[in-house]
Write a protein that binds this ligand. Structure first.
Ligand code: FEO
Length: 170
């Protein structure tokens, strides 16, 4: 694997782990505010990010590359109202998507078709990640400051299931 591609893959591993850390911090903030459903949603999201990082970790190893883990910055402690947190999550996902697309283009510049093929999964996954965050922002925007609506959504978000369970059902 070309050093530039390997470095970018290691950067992406950091970004996935860092995303997981941010979502875990959001889960902690929601827990503290007794929004158990939103906390559950964020906790699952954090687990997904770890799975994304591990997918890249395994890929780099399979290609004979060396995984070098980087420092992860501390996430914020508070994120504002639920709508603010989910807007933050959406922006975060858009940044991850842009990063994956840049990585895909870089692999193309180095004719690394195997890495591009691996990244195909991430490109599809990011469409879903943005869709999920967008849906959350739409629903929370509609709820506005209505506490009843907010508590209803908290309960609904609490029913989110891990991706592998949903995939297994098709
Ligand atoms: Fe792994 Fe949510 O991007």
């Amino acid at each position: 694997m070309k050093p530039e591609v390997l470095e970018a893959l290691n950067d992406q591993i950091r970004m996935e782990l860092s995303s997981g850390y941010v979502y875990l911090a959001m889960a902690a903030a929601f827990e503290a505010d007794a929004y158990d459903g939103f906390a559950h949603w964020m906790r699952l999201q954090a687990q997904e990010e770890l799975a994304h990082a591990m997918r890249l970790f395994d890929y780099v190893n399979r290609r004979g590359g060396r995984v070098v883990l980087q420092a992860i910055p501390s996430p914020p402690e508070s994120f504002g109202a639920p709508l603010d947190a989910f807007r933050n999550a959406l922006k975060h996902e858009e940044a991850v998507t842009a990063s994956i697309h840049r990585l895909y283009a870089l692999a193309g510049e180095h004719a690394d078709v195997a890495t591009q093929k691996e990244l195909d999964w991430f490109i599809t996954e990011q469409v879903e990640e943005e869709e999920n965050a967008n849906r959350a922002v739409d629903l929370l925007t509609r709820a506005g400051g209505d506490l009843t609506a907010l508590l209803f959504l908290d309960r609904e978000f609490g029913s989110r299931r891990p991706e592998e369970e949903e995939d297994a059902e098709g």
